[in-house]
Write a protein that binds this ligand. Structure first.
Ligand code: ADP
Ligand code: MG
Length: 713
């Protein structure tokens, strides 16, 4: 929303003489106070806001056709008659979908809506009305349908029939034709016939960037986006036109420029440089029963090089599940200890903290390094003791959960913070750790993030990738199966148990829920115990007390439990090499990243490993597709790419913690190439002029300040 929102009454009454981008939208021809208010509610206060209310799609009226000729994947627009409007209940849940069935002389087709654009949207439609339907035809369970098409009553629009029409987000009380006319008026006043030169739209990007990346001027782009030229082809529909490229580039550019300048800032801060001597690292390595993989060596080399420079390290290590990130973390930790610093190793769960703690102790005892454990589970007296030992510097490496960043925890000389499985930690928490005095950050994630997202979400971090698994791992064989194959699957599990292996059986829910008849861990645990009386079963779910969870995990790890019945609490980091089979019930309920994380619990030892994805009968097409992707690949990066493509960036990252600004037009999946260009341009600019003090970058510097507030919130 624009800051020009706050207008004094005097100003309101005053007649507006010159329309420019800061003019309140109500003063535009054809708007007025009432519509002005409606627009303001949508976040459109000024003429500038209106011009950057971009179409979300375009309707190609030249492509008008009949229903019988529709083909899947086509973006189409056709005239039809409404046959039926109704709402359907979705399964046994409370969700509803709306269906508008339309027909022309050649056939009929169903238009489905999984959410309502606004209250009362469907009330406008009655049988027999003539409508224009625009959207993408797609196959759904073997039938052709349109999902969320635009339906406009014929007569609502007066535009020419043979045009490319921009479509905007539906807004109550604002007809599409009307909106297009208002935007047209704004374009006329501000772009085509500005009353004064200074009321024009300024160019925001430096000339050399426009030239190098072949971008059209901003002013021109803003016009064309709303008013595509009459004979333009599919490029607008596909968001590949120069005007769109220019706007998308700019959206990415501000984010990348922000990241580039943050990164440049970090690189200028001072931090003590570590000495090159690595005797602790050498001693640690000499104890290992294995050799580091090349990828582990490269990752540690990156880290050590960072630490030897007199500036803070902010590095992300991405490595698939089982790629051996823990060892890289331990090497980094002992390197910091040798240089006289304390290290905090943060993990998201108690179980994981304990596991890392044990691991660290095992390897570091002989080096004479004192390792501590700090979680929310400690008794008050234990907690106090750990805190004292952190404050005195006695504990050199402390493993813990978010308990580590509580206020009362003080370090004597915290030098390095390692955050494992970082997707559970937000930027804010990184900040808190910084406040505790740490200057070096190492972030480890086993949720591979497609490169495009890494460029945006972790764009201020340097990245190392561990793209190699330790040798001797047997690939995990993954198969999907429907419910009716369950007895066969369980017979196979029994064979594995007989051979001395251990098994995981994973469920999506903890307790019985009457809304959905999903199997749940608690009752299924009982059923399975009856089915496998000769084996020891354990139950693990999120509602258990941490101490109970840990006890079960420990028993499983020590081989005293043969089959672990669990919910997704086992997802992160747990390492039991003897467990070689996992059955995931209702696998359709899980996202791809989650399935991949879960599956990563097996295939950690010498034994051939298996993952069975059991699908309920009500599986959706997406659910089946996810299972197929899992069958085809064990590469976390490939799976992440597929996941991103299926779900889009917001959901992929979890909208709230995504750390992504809301792009108006840019799309991280569709516009990868433009993102790469924008990133390159932004980083080149910062390298050229780190503080943006050169006169030709003055405007960029001002705009960056403005967008920063929008990005950081
Ligand atoms: P992740 O990257 O998922 O955190 P871990 O660090 O837990 O992986 O390592 C998985 C397993 O592989 C552990 O048992 C670890 O000891 C072992 N491991 C790590 N590096 C190597 C290596 N270079 N060669 C053989 N085994 C290794
Ligand atoms: Mg790990």
């Amino acid at each position: 929303m624009s800051k020009a929102n706050k207008v004094g009454l005097g100003q309101l009454r005053q007649k507006v003489e010159i329309v420019n981008i800061d003019t309140q939208v109500q003063y535009l021809k054809g708007v007025g106070p009432k519509l002005g208010e409606a627009l303001r509610k949508r976040g459109v206060s000024t003429v500038g806001d209106l011009l950057s209310w971009f179409p979300r799609a375009y309707e190609d009226r030249r492509a008008a056709r009949s229903i019988s000729t529709l083909e899947p994947g086509q973006i189409v627009s056709f005239l039809a008659r409404i046959v039926q409007v109704r709402s359907l209940n979705l399964g046994r849940s409370h969700r509803k979908i709306y269906e508008v069935v339309v027909a022309d002389g050649s056939g009929r087709v169903s238009c489905k809506y999984f959410r309502v654009p606004y209250k009362g949207y469907f009330e406008r439609f009655q049988p027999h009305q003539e409508v224009r339907v625009s959207g993408k035809a797609q196959l759904y369970r073997g039938r052709l349908e349109l999902h969320h098409p635009d339906i406009v009553l014929v007569g609502e629009n007066e535009e020419q029939e043979d045009e490319l029409i921009p479509l905007y987000t539906e807004t109550e009380g604002l007809r599409p034709g009307k909106l297009r006319r208002i935007i047209g008026a704004a374009i006329d006043k501000v772009i085509l016939h500005p009353e004064k030169p200074e009321s024009q739209i300024d160019e925001t990007l430096p000339q050399w960037i426009l030239q190098k990346y072949n971008l059209i001027p901003r002013k021109e782009a803003l016009k064309l986006i709303h008013q595509p030229p009459p004979h333009s082809g599919n490029e607008y529909i596909e968001f590949k036109a120069p005007a769109q490229k220019r706007i998308i580039f700019e959206e990415f550019f501000w984010l990348e420029l922000h990241l580039a300048s943050v990164r440049a800032g970090v690189k200028q801060e001072a931090a003590p440089a570590f000495s090159k001597k690595q005797s602790y690292v050498d001693r640690l390595l000499s104890q290992l029963p294995f050799q580091l993989t090349g990828a582990q060596q490269r990752a540690f080399f990156d880290i050590a090089s960072d630490l030897q420079r007199p500036h803070p390290m902010h590095r992300l290590v991405q490595g698939d599940v089982g790629s051996g990130k823990t060892m890289v973390a331990l090497m980094s930790a002992v390197y910091a200890v040798e240089n006289g610093y304390q290290v905090a190793l943060m993990v998201p769960t108690e179980i994981l903290a304990e596991q890392h703690f044990k691991n660290a102790q095992k390897f570091l005892k002989s080096l004479g390094i004192k390792v501590g454990l700090l979680t929310g589970q400690l008794k008050l007296s234990e907690h106090r003791q750990v805190c004292e030992q952190l404050a005195s510097g006695e504990i050199q490496i402390c493993v813990g959960t978010h308990a580590l960043i509580q206020k009362e925890v003080d370090f004597k000389n915290l030098g390095l913070v390692i955050v494992d499985e970082q997707h559970r930690f937000g930027v804010a928490q990184r900040q808190e750790l910084k406040a505790k005095g740490a200057s070096h950050f190492l972030v480890m994630t086993a949720t591979p993030i497609p490169r495009t997202l890494a460029m945006t979400v972790y764009g201020d971090l340097d990245v190392s990738i561990i793209d190699e698994l330790p040798p001797g791992r047997q690939p995990i064989l993954t198969r999907k199966a429907f419910e009716n194959k369950r007895p066969k699957v369980m017979a196979f599990v029994r064979d594995q148990l007989k051979a001395g292996r251990q098994a995981y059986v994973v469920y999506p829910l903890v307790e019985e829920s009457d809304k959905m008849d999903l199997k749940n861990a608690v009752t299924e645990y009982e059923n399975l115990q009856a089915e496998f009386p000769e084996y020891r079963l354990g139950l693990l779910h999120g509602k258990m007390k941490p101490a109970e969870k840990e006890a079960v995990m420990r028993e499983f790890r020590d081989g005293n439990i043969d089959m672990l019945v669990a919910t997704t609490v086992i997802e992160v980091g747990v390492d039991v090499p003897n467990a070689n089979i996992m059955v995931i019930e209702h696998a359709e309920r899980f996202g791809l990243s989650q399935l991949h994380q879960l599956r990563g619990r097996v295939g950690r030892g010498q034994h051939k490993s298996y993952c069975v994805l059991l699908l309920g009968y009500a599986v959706s097409e997406d659910g089946t597709k996810r299972a197929e992707i899992m069958e085809q690949s064990t590469d976390g990066f490939k799976i992440a790419e597929a996941d991103l493509e299926m779900r889009g960036p917001g959901e992929f990252l979890g909208t709230r913690q995504s750390g992504l600004p809301g792009f108006k037009m840019a799309n991280l999946v569709r516009d990868v190439k433009i993102l790469q260009d924008a990133r390159q341009a932004a980083f080149a600019l910062i390298q050229k002029d780190p503080q943006l003090t050169q006169p030709e970058h003055e405007k960029v510097r001002q705009d960056l300040e403005l967008t920063r507030t929008a990005i950081i919130g």
